[in-house]
Structures are given as structure tokens and as C-alpha cells.
Write a protein that binds this ligand. Sequence first.
Ligand code: PA5
Length: 434
Amino acid sequence: MKALELQIDKALYFAEKQFNDNLDAARAAITTLEEGTGAGNDFLGWVKLPGEITEELIDRINATAKRLQENCDYVVCVGIGGSYLGAKAVNTALADNFEYYYAPNPKEPKVLYAGQNIGEEYTAELEKLLTGKKFGIIVISKSGTTTEPAIAFRILKELLEKQAGKEAAKDLIVAITDAQKGALRTLATQEGYETYVIPDNVGGRFSVLTPVGLLPIAVAGHDIKKLVAGAVEMEKETLHDSENNIAEVYARMRNALYQSGKKVEILANFDPKLHYFGEWWKQLYGESEGKDQKGIFPAAVDFTTDLHSMGQWIQEGERTIFETVISVAEPAVERRVPSDEANLDGLNYLAGKRIDEVNKMAELGTQMAHVDGGVPNMRLVIKTLNEHTLGALIYFFEKACGISGYMLGVNPFNQPGVEAYKKNMFKLLKKPGY
Ligand code: PA5
């Protein structure tokens, strides 16, 4: 099978007319995106980004990652939103579920995250963990002025300088920011940190395939060359309009469902490693489409876990939802349900079956139940969880998001709404100028 396949038959039934009617709108959206003639066209650098990533950049990122790996037991990625979620999603998808319970090893330091919240206890507990430890920092901010990462960086920089000394600390800090603008660029230049540039024409939530995502992913020990190769493959596959362009089909289907009254899309996974992929996807679609009083509300669930919490609502609550399920065709390992002589739990009917077979039947049973209950269901099948398929999945969702946003009639590449809370917060905190 291909890295990624999309099945829409269990959704089409609910909005077939709208789907057939929106072909021209989708084609127009693709042309607008590829010719760069639409709203937000100064933020389209991500469209051709995978194919433009050079060997030199990959090699340089890998060299930086190696330096951090060799000198650190922990590397803290400081960033929020688009400067955090992509790396967190990929690193979680590729990591052992219990990686944080193992001791750090010299080849793969633990990658930690900070600056994605303003929790005082989170900050204090991170400081406590890092006290007396060998650690490094990747500080990521396109604007260079975002409050959450700025606070976290100030604290971690101080701790690192205290522990390693100011000179040595410089080699353990890498800044990823705008080429020229912003406080972080100024600081990095003054201090002499190694830096990477976030291209001007790539917005935060589309930046995972720039150093923003690539460096933390490389530091965690993953093969960024394969990640980029997967994205390049999907870039080619979703180029131009065609029946086989799965980004176009996904964008059309979700817009058709929206027009038929389905206002909420639930991205579901059946593998806990994909939890943060849901978080990344929520930002990508939420921030891109939720504007002008329009937009599908993106929600995410982990199945079967959340079938025991959200399952009731999804099955019988207000019929304004549809589901997109990410299914991993082939897990990397094989485990079977053991047989038990006493069979007190009555589970011997499953003895000898793979855990994944049980999971897949849960998935099928859920799909049948939800479709019967009036929930349209799309299914995205990934061959297996690895760098290549995740690269393809990232680019697929990005491309579909651009098409979908233009079909909806919004500018998918701005986020004016996120300033509202900041203005109030700054005023309340008496920031000069507010
Ligand atoms: O997608 C976006 O633009 C946002 O989520 C930003 O990535 C986020 O607000 C962080 O911004 P910055 O990288 O400027 O610190």
C-alpha cells in the first residue's frame, strides 16, 4: 500500500450532492494556492517547501543535533503553538510510549518541552529536574516576542549559565527565529548562539518541516531525511487537481459535510502515539479556518480510551459531528492475547489473536456504530508509523488545509483572533504601551 490512503465512502453517503457540487470550488482553490493568487499569499512558502529542503540544511541540522546529543542528557525545546506542536507530534509518534521512564542515554537525550504554558508549577518542576543535569536549549519563536516561551527561556538560560558557565552555555543554546526581526534574533546575535531561520513566508502552524520541527526531531534521534522524503512524495502526489489527489478529496468531503450541517470534525486515532498529532492537527485547522464566524470546529479523541468517555456523546449526542479516523495498518511489533486455563475473565475466545486484531475490530465496530448513529466517517490509513509516513501525513494535512480554507472562503494563513487575549493580558500586566 501507499504511505497514506483516504477512504470516504462512509462519509459520502451523508453529503453526496454537496460533494459533487463542490468540485469546481476545490479546483479553483488548488489553482489559487498553487499560483499564489489568494488571500495570505505571502505565507505560501510551505507549499513547495519539502522539495526545496537541501541536503546541506539536513546535514547542518543533523550536525547540530549530534552536538546537543553528545553534550546533553536533556534538551528543552522552548516554543508554543506552531513553534512546538509539530515536533511534539512527530517525536511522540515515533517514541517508545515509556521513553520518559528510561534513563537518558548518550545517543538520545530526553527531549522536553517548555514555554507552551505559563504554569508556575510546570516551570518550577522543570527547573528541579534540570538542576545539576547536563542540558541544552532549543528556543523557537518566529516573532521572537511571544510571552510564554520568552519567560521559559529567561529562566532556563539563567539556570544553564549558572550550571555550565556563560561561555559553555552559548554552545548549548540554539535559537530558531526570523532572519532579522525580533528580540530573539537580537539576543542570539549578541550572545553568539547558533541560529536557524524560519522562512518569512512560512507561518508557525505550517513550519514543522523547517528547522522548527526538524531540529528537535533530529535531536530525539529520528531520521529527518526520511521525514522530508515522505513529505516530498506527498507534495508530488497532491500536486494539481485530479481524482487521485487525496488532499483535494479530503478538503471537498469536509466542506461538503460542513455545508450539510456537520460543524464539528473529530480526528480520532486508535494508537496512543498519535495523541499529539491530534493536537497539531487541531491547531492547523482551527487557526486556519476558524474566522469570519465560519469554520469546522476541530476536536480530537484517542480511541478506544475515549470511547469510554466521549463515546456516548459521539454515538447519540447532537448530530452535528463527523469523524476522521487515522488508522495505522501495521504496527511495528507483534503481541498476542495469552490463553488462560481458568478463563475466569472469559477472554479465551481471543487467545492467540494479535492485540492489533482486537484493536482493528474495535475500530470497525466503532465505525459501523457511529455511521449507523448518523456520524459520517472518513478513514485515513497510514501504512505504519515511521518518519516516511509521518512526513506524508504532515504534508497531506497542510495541503488539504490550504485547499479547504480557500473553499470555505477565508484567509487560511492569518490568525488575527489570537491577538485579543494578548492585548487584554498585556494591559492587565501593565506592559508599556498597552
Ligand atoms: O501558527 C502560528 O502562527 C502560532 O501558533 C505561532 O506559531 C505561535 O503563536 C508562536 O509564535 P512565535 O513562533 O512567534 O513565538
